[in-house]
Design a protein around this ligand. Sequence first.
Ligand code: FMN
Length: 161
Amino acid sequence: MKLCAVYYSRSGSTKRIAESFADSIGAKLFKLEDEKPGKSMFTALLGLGSLLKEPLPDVGGFEFVVLLTPIFAWHPSPQMNKFVNKADLKGKSVFLVGVGAGETNEKALKRFSAKAEKAGANVVGTKNFKGLQMKQDLKEVESNLIESGKQLAGIIERLVQ
Ligand SMILES: Cc1cc2nc3c(=O)[nH]c(=O)nc-3n(C[C@H](O)[C@H](O)[C@H](O)COP(=O)(O)O)c2cc1C
């Protein structure tokens, strides 16, 4: 099955998980980029303005898509929401990953699932991974993030078989 992953990351933890996942499983990896990277967190959280650099990743040729996003204020990032609204996910198997400071992010993952399903995706699973805590440095948790990416690869391998 043709597999790809799309991620957004602000402070780098989701990026580390996504890269470790893609390396482990051999998936094509796309990143979502802010059109204006200097934007404040406040503006980004409210989803104001044109958030993403165009063209957006084209997932048209893939049957299985893994989406990875940080959780901000109990929601998937506005950047990922925007991608889900615009991308053609119809009929694709989609696995959703939230990365947050918390152990679980049930509400955020429910919201994420609802959005993806509304876009026509067949949501085959969700998973929350621990990212960065407040004031934590990426280096402190880097090995955990790489491990999370490998764990995700194991989960996805079983699903695509
Ligand atoms: C403004 C703000 C709001 C956040 N809200 C949540 C939240 O609701 N739940 C959670 O688990 N983590 C929350 N976090 C923590 C981030 O999701 C966490 O640091 C994540 O690893 C960031 O991903 P990134 O390094 O890929 O940008 C928040 C962080 C910020 C800066």
